[in-house]
Ligand binder design. Structure first.
Ligand SMILES: Nc1ncnc2c1ncn2[C@@H]1O[C@H](COP(=O)(O)OP(=O)(O)OP(=O)(O)O)[C@@H](O)[C@H]1O
Length: 253
């Protein structure tokens, strides 16, 4: 069974075809990479797969459910959650508060109340706080839990973005350039956390330019060029494929 499968995806903007019969398959608990030159359509594909924009054609399924017409909200409630190239944290809230407001279902709304009226903390909110604390510890952010999110480094913001996604209990995470703007030391930390999450049962689809990270993480890689999937396979095979080298400017990955 696939955590995510998409076939025949087409998308045009103002007459420009950006996705042209694009496809992908993410088996359960796999880490799948999506690479390709700038402007190939990777982010657009991720945005279509997470349903933030509608495809013009094609079918998207997750765990054998047709999710083509679902809203992004419904998809994330089902367990498929995306993160953004530029993290979407609430900059004035603390790191802990950011984690707590990310929870799905009704609890998320009551958390806002709890933040505004801190003396009215329900048992449910205590459970959510404890879970947020566990994830922050896992991600190495527990020491900054009380800090305003705006004061985090670029890499810490990426970790917080991952933490906020984890608060929704996903089975598949779609990550858009999780290593962009991250200091080298934190790149290794994020790689380690993703591999640990895979061991705990999560799958990932990762759009990324950092080929060292792709090599370290991915079970398989899809290469996109001008809105189409050029080829797919193990990272070692992909980086030595002359068609892939040609697709990149300068013929070098
Ligand atoms: N909302 C939009 N309206 C018009 N054109 C768009 C829109 N979104 C994307 N495009 C165009 O689609 C093409 C693919 O862009 P996209 O950002 O998906 O590529 P990418 O492979 O993610 O590139 P990069 O690696 O540089 O992030 C580009 O030509 C872009 O200008």
């Amino acid at each position: 069974m696939s955590a995510l499968n998409a076939m025949g995806i087409k998308k045009s903007f103002g007459g420009q075809r950006v996705l042209d019969d694009a496809w992908i398959d993410v088996p359960e608990q796999w880490i799948v990479g999506l690479i390709g030159p700038n402007g190939a359509g990777k982010s657009t594909f991720l945005t279509v797969l997470s349903k933030f924009i509608e495809p013009d054609a094609g079918v998207i399924t997750s765990r054998n459910m047709d999710v083509t017409t679902r809203s992004p909200h419904a998809l994330s409630r089902a367990g498929v959650v995306r993160t953004f190239q530029v993290p979407h944290e609430f900059s004035e809230l603390s790191v802990m508060q950011n984690m707590m407001v990310a929870v799905k279902n009704q609890a998320g709304e009551s958390i806002w109340q709890a933040l505004l009226l801190p003396h009215r903390v329900s048992a449910e909110e205590k459970v959510i706080r404890a879970r947020a604390g566990e994830w922050l510890e896992f991600l190495g952010l527990d020491h900054v839990a009380a800090n305003a999110a705006r004061n985090l480094s670029g890499g810490q913001k990426k970790l917080l973005e991952l933490g906020r996604a984890l608060m929704t209990d996903p089975y598949l995470l779609l990550l858009d350039e999780p290593f962009a703007g991250v200091a080298p030391g934190l790149v290794d930390t994020i790689i380690e956390k993703i591999l640990e999450l895979q061991k705990r049962g999560l799958g990932f689809l990762i759009v990324e330019h950092n080929m060292d990270a792709v090599n370290a993480l991915c079970n398989t890689v899809f290469v996109m060029e001008r809105g189409r999937i050029l080829t797919d396979g193990a990272p070692q095979k992909i980086v030595n494929d002359p068609r892939v080298l040609e697709a990149y400017l300068g013929g070098k990955l």
